[in-house]
Design a protein around this ligand. Structure first.
Ligand code: 13P
Ligand code: SF4
Length: 403
């Protein structure tokens, strides 16, 4: 299909990785939605005006999204993260956690990868894509506050200071939830990316390379994972990028095996150990399962900890009648509750815990992106510059090789 470059298009090329995909959850063919209020067809040439889409009610986008998706056929693959809302994820060809979606992006041959997730995920897909592919993020404002907490300049400064104080090798490991620039930094310095489902494996690998690890940008995932590997808390230091020497003494840094970047997820940091206590008090049979981005004290009190994929798997494997309290984003929790009406599945936080940036991907944005594609117009392309891509790819491939 001939494609005109649209807004935010900065194309480049790269080589194809040969990475096997672990099984993903294929979404059944999109069922035809009931006829609801349908907005009038857009005139040709007006289709790319996003403002008119934003005035369109959610449900009336269904038919249009399904039609554009069908028209695009195999030329498009829509990837959806578990935190996406129902109105969007029902159109995804594949859904998964960060790792699965990353593997799917690397293995897909579709010309267009439409990423219903956040910016760092789409960037990773662009780093791993094949030369003929383009990655689209339906709303460019779908960022991640945690990823924004580690800027390249800050990390470079930290690296320099660590080098001066420690005078021996440190292996950098970055969580998937970081910019392509940080991934490239890590790749250039012999490190790897990790996700919440393989952080233990990646950290174990890093300790085979050197005695010390710099873990970016999620303090909690780093601490929870290192502790599970047997590193005591007093051998972990926190690096605050806004303080001199990260807020540490040279001696404190020399004593540390893991240096944790001070970054966090504003959604997962809301969960508290008191909420776990309250859930157990209300129901002594309850099982508590949380994401490893939660604070150490919360993870310590939980029965299970795991990535979004792992959470889904574990609750699904529970017996009918079981009771689950889940510490992660609300869309995932609500979907699980709906899917498993024979057990109790509720959020650990009694007040809604929503990832507002994931929420930015709306049916209207998806409709806009797909209808433009169907008209031969690429909108909201995510394109990582060539040099960054090269090194970010090294860091991502190091992770993907660790099975
Ligand atoms: P997962 O890798 O578990 O899907 O987590 C991604 C994420 O952003 C969690 O906040
Ligand atoms: Fe980022 Fe937290 Fe949202 Fe995940 S849930 S995308 S870490 S802000």
């Amino acid at each position: 299909m001939p494609v005109k470059a649209g807004r935010a298009d900065r194309s480049n090329g790269t080589e194809q990785p040969t990475i096997p995909v672990s099984e993903l959850i294929p979404i059944a063919a999109v069922s035809r939605p009931p006829r609801t209020i349908t907005v009038p067809e857009q005139e040709r040439g007006v289709a790319c005006d996003l403002d008119s889409y934003l005035l369109t009610p959610d449900t009336s986008c269904d038919e249009r999204i399904a039609r554009a998706r069908e028209r695009l056929g195999r030329s498009v693959v829509i990837l959806g993260h578990h935190y996406q809302r129902d109105e969007v994820i029902k159109f995804a060809h594949f859904r998964g956690d960060s790792l699965k979606l990353c593997q799917q992006a690397a293995a897909s041959s579709a010309e267009f990868i439409v990423f219903c997730g956040v910016h760092f995920m789409a960037e990773s897909a662009d780093v791993l894509r094949q030369p003929h592919q383009q990655v689209i993020l339906p709303d460019l404002n779908a960022g991640c506050s945690m990823a924004d907490m580690a800027e390249l300049g800050q990390v470079e400064l930290c690296w320099e200071e660590l080098g001066e104080v420690l005078g021996e090798p440190v292996v950098p490991v970055t969580y998937m939830n970081s910019s392509a620039a940080i991934k490239a930094f890590v790749g250039r310095h012999g490190g790897s990316v990790c996700t919440s489902s393989n952080a233990g494996r990646v950290l174990a690998w890093a300790f085979e390379q050197a005695r010390r690890v710099l873990f970016l940008p999620d303090e909690h995932l780093g601490r929870n994972t290192a502790y599970r590997l047997g590193i005591p808390l007093d051998q972990m230091a926190v690096w605050d990028p806004h303080r001199e020497l990260g807020g540490n003494t040279p001696q404190g840094l020399r004593q540390a095996r893991v240096i944790l970047w001070r970054g966090y997820c504003s959604v997962h940091q809301r969960f508290t150990p008191e909420q776990v206590d309250a859930a157990r008090q209300a129901d002594p049979q309850v099982r508590v399962i949380v994401h490893p981005e939660c604070r150490f004290e919360v993870v310590q009190k939980a029965d299970f900890v795991g990535s979004t994929e792992k959470i889904i798997e574990t609750v699904r494997a529970g017996e009918p009648g079981s009771s689950w309290v889940v510490g992660t984003e609300i869309h995932l929790v609500n979907r699980l509750a709906k899917e498993l009406p024979d057990r109790r599945v509720v959020s650990l936080d009694p007040h809604v815990c929503v990832c507002t940036t994931m929420f930015r991907i709306s049916p209207q944005h998806l409709c806009w992106a797909l209808e433009n594609l169907a008209e031969g117009q690429v909108v909201n392309r995510i394109s990582v510059d060539e040099q960054t891509r090269q090194w970010a790819r090294v860091a991502l491939e190091r992770m993907l090789e660790l099975r």
